[in-house]
Design a binder for this molecule. Structure first.
Ligand code: GRF
Length: 187
């Protein structure tokens, strides 16, 4: 099984997936929409082919998704794992990869979807937040949830400390859930 990771940022989840020693698929491609993102260097260190593109150079989402799709086909990709990919997936990829796209989000969905979910939970004074992994649909963090793990917000927490604990959970949970999904332990 060959998979692609889509990411826009630091790539700590990409790294966690790469470091998982019993992953039931091969990560064969990184797709990144942010030239200069740190995740690109990480992929280079692992020798993973990387497709970097600038969405602004395309007339529409379907144009760049068709371009991405050609690359996915070239590499024989059958699964897509979003890991901090800051962009909605459009009809082109949703149709080609129906129920084959996963996302990780740093909150207990449906609470705090969208950008800066950790800051949103912190600023709202929530006592508990966490991590969700879900199938991707056309909405923003709205697809069916596969797994969640909660993280308590402590009395004297800072956003930074909370983020650290959440990311630690993410790095364990994502490879685990990927393996469960790939071995059909999730429906
Ligand atoms: C993660 O918190 C993920 O849940 C969210 O974006 C962040 C990406 O972090 N979707 P990284 O680039 O994997 O370090």
């Amino acid at each position: 099984i060959k998979a692609a990771v889509f990411a826009s940022g630091a790539g700590s989840n990409f790294e966690a997936i790469m470091e998982a020693n019993d992953l039931k698929c091969k990560i064969s491609l990184l797709v990144c929409d942010k030239p200069g993102a740190l995740v690109i260097d990480k992929a280079a260190r692992y020798g993973i082919p990387t497709l970097v593109f600038n969405p602004k150079e395309y007339g529409s989402k379907s144009e760049y998704e068709e371009m991405i799709h050609r690359h996915l086909q070239h590499y024989g990709i059958s699964w897509i794992f979003l890991a901090g990919y800051m962009r909605l997936i459009g009809d082109t990829l949703l149709n080609e990869y129906e129920s084959k796209i996963l996302n990780i989000h740093p909150s207990l969905l449906p609470f705090f979807p969208g950008k800066d979910a950790i800051g949103q939970a912190y600023d709202a004074g929530a006592r508990e937040t966490g991590v969700s992994i879900h199938y991707v649909d056309a909405g923003m963090d709205t697809g069916p949830v596969i797994a969640q793990e909660s993280v308590m917000i402590e009395e004297n927490d800072t956003k930074e400390k909370l983020k650290e604990r959440i990311q630690k959970v993410e790095h364990q949970l994502y490879p685990t859930v990927i393996n469960q999904v790939l071995s059909n332990k999730v429906r």
